[in-house]
Every structure is written in C-alpha cells, then in structure tokens.
Unconditional design. Structure first.
Length: 385
C-alpha cells in the first residue's frame, strides 16, 4: 500500500483576525481538523504563538500525538521543506499562499465578499470602528473602482495558481467564483457544505424565551444596526409588549452613532463564549439575521436546531441554506424588517416556523455530515465516493 500523503494543516487561519476573536472560518477550520484527527490521517499542524489559539485545539493535538509547529519561529515554507510535506491545507485563503512552493496547495474558499459586497455607505459611518478600518472604508468611498480592481487581482492571482486545488462551501460561492473568474468553470470545483458547528444540546433554559437575538453586531456587513433601529421603532410604537433584545459582538450602544430611544429593552453582551452563544440560541424567542453577505451562514442553523424561528436577509447563501424555513426581508428596509417581526407575533405562524426550523436543520446537518468526510478525502486527494 502506498504511503499516505503528508498534510501541513494551517491552524493559524482559525486564530483571531480583523479584530474578531471567533469567526466562522476559524470555527470551520477547527471542525475539519477534528475530523482529520478522528480519521487518523497523516497531519502536522501549524499555528502562530503570537495569537490566541483555542485551548481545545492544543489539547486535541497533544492528546493524539499530532505535531504542533509554531510558524512565528520558522514560517510555512521552512516547515514544508524540512518535513517534505506533500499537501498544504488552509481552511481560509491567506496571502502567503501565493509564495508557497514544493507541495500541492489546497484551500477552502468561503466567499468572495471582498468583490461581491460594496460598502454600505448609508450605514457604515454609524459604526465606531478602529481608525484603520475607517480609513480603509474612506478609501473605498473615494476610489471604489480602484479598490475593486485591487481585490479582483488579489483573488485572480490566487485562483489561477497552478499547484492549487480548492473547494467552496455553498453553491452561491461556486456561482460567485464562476462569475468573476469564468476560467474556473473548467476546474470542476466541488461544493462541500460547511460542517455543523453545533455544540452539545442545551436541555434547559437560563433565561425567559422573550428575547430577539442578534449576533456579531460589531461587523457592519452583518447589518445588525438596521434590525436594532427597526426593533427600537416597534418598542416606541408599543408593538412588542413583554419582549426584549439580546445582542452579541458589542458591549454597549455606544458602539453605534445612533441613539436608542428604548435602551432598557436592549441588552448588549459583548463577546460571548461558544457555550454562552449556544445557550442564547436555545433560549431565544426569535433569531434575526439581517446579514448582507455570507459564504455559508452558520447562525440561522444554530437557532433552527432548537426550533427557534428565524427572520433573515435572503442575500448570498442564506436562502440556499435556510430554504423555506425562514421569513425573509429586504435587509435595507426598516419597514420590511418590522413587518416580519410583527408577522411572527401570530401564534399559528410562529409554531409553523418552529416546525420548519427543526425540519430544515435536520436536512442540512445530514448534508454537512456526508460532505465533511468527502472533504477530508478531497484534501488528501483521494476519491470522493
């Protein structure tokens, strides 16, 4: 039997980026690594000791005698050469991929958000971002065509790299790659749904199920402020008696250049652990997801797992993943967000959406489970059947 190919796994791609400690691509990378180790595949793991790393990942590698290599000391290329690595895998694209040699490269493309999504000029200024991010957004306003061309070239150099194989996480992402890079149609790029991120089931409540849940409010592309404004208007109109709003990602309303009129109904939690977030999904009355762009979109599924009705934007991959189990709204329209919230006050509709949520979750997780094993085989360049 031929010796199995060796893989250098870029766990550094799961570490904090762009000011976000936990991000969808990072959680995705952790799950894929767990599966590789569970299947006892030949893998070496690279990480960056200068950044926070999930302690569970360190324990996972140590408990399974998987070598951990600190790339802050030697760099990827040095590890590839010294250990004669056959395949370098990254759960997210990174700039250094352009320069890596002497092995095959495999990467997951979650989205082409940098090309697809234009700056929300009407709303982004309401977010009190770091100065560097504000300057970046200002440059996009002053010279949008230049920024777009720069982002296109960056992705073009990556996608056309000859020793690269890549997969995408949704049919939307595949369509986006094929649209912007027509030559990619000939590559027969596979689609593997992002694996389930669900933690152990929560079986008891910690909070009354009277709150609307919003997550990742620190990122303007998640569009949470519009939902906050819509909910604030409904509270002013007296339309949501006995309800409140829980928001993660920001610690207070001061993050926004918008004065909430009914501040007592809004509970800003800041960063929460995976376990805390899982509990919030379980306890919520309704999950609202007004995101402007997603490669896959985990959060609605996490709420659906507990039969929590979801109101969401239909943009990018969200409608592909959520199907007819969600009430959709135009994410740029406060009135339409308000309409969906009011619709859900109908008890019959609410219960119908609860049932649809559970059904859709079961369907998608079955797809995710099958795709995860296929994807590991893809990384190691094996047959997918």
């Amino acid at each position: 039997m031929d010796k199995e190919k060796s893989v250098l796994y870029n766990l550094a791609a799961t570490q904090p980026m762009s000011g976000t400690m936990r991000h969808g691509g990072g959680i995705y990378g952790e799950i894929v690594l767990r599966k590789i180790i569970e299947l006892r595949r030949n893998v070496t793991v690279a990480y960056d000791s200068r950044c926070w790393l999930n302690p569970e990942m360190i324990a996972l590698c140590e408990n399974n005698s998987v070598e951990l290599v600190d790339i802050s000391q030697c760099g990827f290329q040095s590890v590839i050469d010294s250990r004669r690595i056959d395949i370098f895998y990254s759960p997210q694209p990174l700039d250094e991929l352009y320069r890596l040699e002497n092995c095959e490269l495999v990467v997951t493309i979650h989205d082409l958000r940098s090309i697809e999504l234009t700056l929300d000029r009407k709303m982004f200024w309401r977010y009190k971002m770091q100065l560097s991010m504000q300057l970046k957004n200002l440059l996009e306003i002053l010279s949008p065509s230049f920024i777009r061309r720069h982002r296109y070239r960056k992705n073009e150099n990556f996608i056309r790299k000859p020793n690269l194989r890549f997969a995408v996480v949704s049919n939307h992402s595949l369509g986006s790659v094929n649209l912007f890079f027509p030559e990619s149609v000939e590559k027969d790029i596979p689609v593997f749904y992002s694996p389930s991120t669900s933690l152990d089931l929560v079986d008891s409540r910690k909070e009354a199920p009277d709150f609307y849940l919003l997550v990742s409010a620190n990122r303007w592309e998640k569009n949470c402020l519009r939902a906050i404004m819509a909910l604030d208007q409904l509270f002013s109109e007296g339309r949501l008696p006995g309800k409140r709003v829980v928001i993660t990602g920001v610690k207070s309303a001061d993050y926004f250049r918008y004065k909430i009129k009914n501040a007592g109904f809004f509970d800003f939690r800041g960063y929460v652990s995976d376990e805390e977030l899982n509990q919030l999904y379980h306890d919520a009355y309704c999950f609202i997801y007004p995101s402007l762009n997603e490669g896959f979109g985990y959060p609605p599924l996490e709420a659906m797992r507990y039969g929590v009705p979801v109101l969401a934007s239909p943009f990018s991959s969200i409608s592909e993943v959520c199907g007819d189990a969600v009430l959709y709204f135009n994410p740029f329209s406060l009135d339409e967000i308000k309409i969906r919230i009011i619709q859900l006050e109908n008890k019959v509709l609410y219960e119908r959406q609860r049932a649809k949520s559970l059904e859709r979750y079961d369907f998608i997780t079955a797809c995710q489970k099958e795709d995860l094993e296929k994807f590991v085989r893809f990384i190691y360049n094996g047959p997918l059947i």
